[in-house]
Design a binder for this molecule. Sequence first.
Ligand SMILES: [Zn+2]
Length: 113
Amino acid sequence: MHEMSLADGISRIIMAQAEEHGFSKVLTVRIEIGRLAHVDPDALAFCFGAVMKGTPAESAKLVIERADGLVWCLGCAEQVAINAWGDACPKCGSFDLKADGGDGMRILDLEVE
Ligand SMILES: [Zn+2]
């Protein structure tokens, strides 16, 4: 499952941070997912809970923020934001769009104690 590998990636980053900064408990994990990423937030939250069992982030709350779906419009030759694949460029109406950062995921911050 796609969400499981994402959760796994998040857990690896958190564990590396825990080792580096020596915190023992993670309260909140805030991540950002592009609107165009094929990720089900509920499934990701479920997988996150599963992979974090037995780690400092076992009871951490996962907060998911949706980032703008940024794509590159070949017609405008500039970056524009759409809400979902299948949408046209809001400026010129073209469907000649390619992914340009709107489908990624990153960790914004961790609240620890
Ligand atoms: Zn355009």
